[in-house]
Design a protein around this ligand. Structure first.
Ligand code: HEM
Length: 495
């Protein structure tokens, strides 16, 4: 039988459609996860995208509803499960698990050859082991001068302003200055910009919403990341500063690779002092060095600022919390000119409790961090989970748990001070847990101790018309806040 051209073309066109129909049928009736409860829309794999992009809903809000309806393990994608029982968090992100990351999310960032972007446990662990000494508690204590210098600069800028200041951008500028100096010995002077609107701070702020969309459209994502710098700047006005930073970091990498002696001239040890040290193994490729730089920059530029801004808001809502904090700080820091060192701030119980509570109520990385169950399968929440399944859990289900943190919406530092408080520590998962937890947590904690101490010791803070609605955020990988940020007048105190 000879096919006519029309029949041939129709047959050709119908193949992808038939494949899609088969996938749908397979996901519904044959898939190993078919017995797990969940909405039928997950058979299509577009359910999350529909909520994120079309309905503009935060995925964790959807997850909360799904768990209310279907129980504590829900099939949320064709091959994906989400858990809501807090005890599963420490199991899923356990230090003993060597589970890989799921590329569908982590490829979005275009940092494939970095501690953050490597998908396999083996590669990520090898890289983190090299970098770890630079981010240890000891190293952070030794390099706290960097954080203090940038803190002073931010405080000076805040104190000079007659008008109110954008507190989100002020605190993010501080984080950004810290990370570029700490990791690359480059000072970008972010907190010197008028009202803290440094182009890099604005560029970073604009990048997070884009990630929420780009993760679903791979060809588009590749196109965006593949644009030559001049075209990227032309198509997206916010991209300029980011592209310039990328170029600057690439130049630095090339300089150090070509002539490692130049590293002797930096003001402080950088990530390259570790990565280019031959005793740490083969020198990574240029791409890998650049990916690492970008991942540390993105990891370190925003989150600490988000946490300290939100914590400041909560403290200012509650005069008794504010006065207890100020009292403790005044006692530990009597002479304004002589700020206590990090090691002394860390010993202050109320300040520590305020920071923990700020971390608990801040979104940190709000989305579930997807991991792939190894081929032999695993047991989670008493359920056998087939190998290859993507599993994840948003920290929101831990930090907002009524059983662990009664009255979870209330900012209550006292919950970290009671006789049983130390048992709560394992439920503070803002930096995640296990082998892929945050490499920068000691630096982040240093920034938080210093920022909270300085804001509530050096200033009287008065909100400028900020309402709780202004503090709402949407979820990209990181949160992005309502454009009307928290604003406050920061009046320096005399003594
Ligand atoms: C309060 C501030 C911070 C919070 C709440 C935070 C939170 C997190 C979380 C939840 C993860 C796990 C992400 C995942 O598994 O996909 C993570 C990873 C990471 N963070 Fe942070 N972070 C903070 C500050 C920093 C800083 C200052 C740096 C820079 C040194 C940094 C660099 C990184 C890197 C490189 C990773 C990837 C680690 C890995 O995948 O193995 N973070 N962070």
């Amino acid at each position: 039988m000879v096919l006519t051209l029309t029949t041939f073309l129709l047959t050709l066109l119908s193949i992808p459609l038939l494949q899609k129909l088969y996938t749908l049928f397979y996901n519904a009736f044959l898939h190993p996860l078919r017995t797990f409860p969940g909405p039928p829309y997950v058979w299509t794999d577009w359910y999350k995208c529909y909520n994120d992009v079309y309905l503009n809903r935060n995925w964790t809000d959807v997850l909360k509803e799904l768990h209310e309806k279907y129980g504590d393990v829900v099939r949320v994608g064709a091959n994906e499960l989400h858990f809501s029982n807090p005890s599963v968090y420490n199991d899923l992100y356990s230090p003993t698990h060597r589970w890989d990351k799921d590329g569908a999310l982590y490829r979005v960032f275009n940092q494939d050859e970095s501690s953050f972007g490597y998908l396999t446990y083996r590669e990520a662990k090898a890289r983190k082991d090299i970098l770890a000494p630079l981010f240890s508690h000891r190293a952070t204590c030794e390099m706290q001068g960097i954080v203090k210098k940038h803190l002073d600069r931010m405080c000076e800028a805040l104190g000079k302003r007659e008008e109110s200041s954008d507190m989100l951008f002020a605190l993010r500028s501080f984080s950004l200055d810290c990370i570029t100096t700490y990791c690359f010995a480059k000072d970008v002077h972010a907190s010197s910009a008028e009202d803290f609107k440094h182009p890099l701070v604005e560029a970073m702020d604009a990048a997070v919403p884009a990630i929420r969309v780009l993760q679903y459209f791979n060809p588009w994502r590749k196109l965006v990341f593949g644009l030559p710098p001049w075209l990227a700047k032309l198509t997206d006005p916010n991209a300029g500063a980011r592209v310039e930073l990328q170029d600057m970091l690439l130049e630095q990498v090339k300089e150090f690779v070509e002539d490692p002696k130049r590293m002797e001239q930096t003001s402080n040890p950088t990530i390259y002092h570790r990565l280019l040290d031959p005793s740490n193994g083969p020198v990574p490729s240029l791409k890998s060095l650049h990916d690492e730089a970008m991942s540390l920059f993105f990891g370190g530029a925003e989150s600490s600022g988000n946490v300290s801004m939100l914590g400041t808001w909560y403290i200012l809502q509650n005069p008794s919390i504010e006065s207890r904090l100020r009292e403790e700080l005044r006692e530990a820091w009597p002479d304004l000119e002589d700020m206590p060192r990090l090691e002394d701030l860390e010993k202050l119980p109320y300040l520590t409790a305020v920071i923990k509570e700020s971390l608990r109520l801040s979104p940190s990385v709000p989305v579930p961090l997807p991991r792939v169950v190894p081929p032999q399968g695993a047991t989670l929440s008493n359920h056998p989970i087939p190998g290859g399944t993507i599993v994840g859990m948003s920290l929101r289900f831990v930090h907002q748990s009524e059983e662990i943190f009664p009255d979870p919406q209330t900012f209550n530092p006292d919950r970290w001070l009671g006789p049983d408080a130390s048992s709560l520590n394992k439920w503070l998962v803002a930096f995640s847990k296990g082998p892929t937890n945050c490499i920068g947590q000691n630096l982040a904690m240093c920034e938080l101790y210093m920022a909270f101490a300085a804001l509530f010791r050096r200033f009287e803070l008065v909100l400028d018309g900020t309402r709780s609605e202004d503090l709402t955020y949407s979820e990209g990988f990181l949160p992005f806040f309502n454009p009307r940020h928290m604003r406050a007048f920061c009046r320096p105190v005399e003594a």
